[in-house]
Design a protein around this ligand. Sequence first.
Ligand SMILES: [Zn+2]
Length: 247
Amino acid sequence: MITVRFSTSTSEERQQVFLRAGEVWDRVLNTAFEPVEVDGETLEGLVIDAAVEPIDGPEGTLGQAGPTVLRPGAELPVKGIMQFDEADILRLEQEGSFADVILHEMAHVLGFGTLWARQGLIAGSGTMDPRFTGEGAAREYAAISDEDGAAVPVANTGGAGTREGHWRELVFGDELLTGFLSGENRPLSRMSVASFADLGYEVDLEAADAFDLPSFRELALMGITEAVRTCTLCKVSRPIPMVLGTR
Ligand SMILES: [Zn+2]
């Protein structure tokens, strides 16, 4: 379903990281889409325009990632963008987190966090306890927590790119789709996979990684001890997607 296209400046090695991330999400999401016409091209799945190129040097912005064009009806992405600053990518490669950042950001291109508000899936927006109300994710959350049937806690701190667009880090720790990359393994939980079904994809829950809620001790060992901290992942700007045919 996912096709990644690269600008010529992106090295072969880096292209492979994007392609592997696309394969991971293709295993998780099985949805077949009707072909649609976008800018004179017939597209079936999701086409992501990717690039690693100089933007503003180390620090500053990490880049931009998100859906840019949505299908009519389902309003799921048919086109998206993942554009990163070479200087920051170099640092992520040295830290060994580049592949997980690409995997994480590709989730945003697919709609994780970026289409939630638009689809009315957030309750308690602006409060200290915002929740993701999708039924599938709530069911999987109930299976690992004692909050029976409750909606899923989402990030209640951080900038616009983090708050209400990720799972809450103090609850979910090293899960891949909290707003911060913590720990070493960064599992993709059944809850995350189910959240894509809540957006309208067909998903394979069996493609998820094993995941349990971390204890306070485990959170402390991951360095997650405060509710408010600054992150690199939130320094990614998000395009505002257009629904096809409404331009
Ligand atoms: Zn993110």
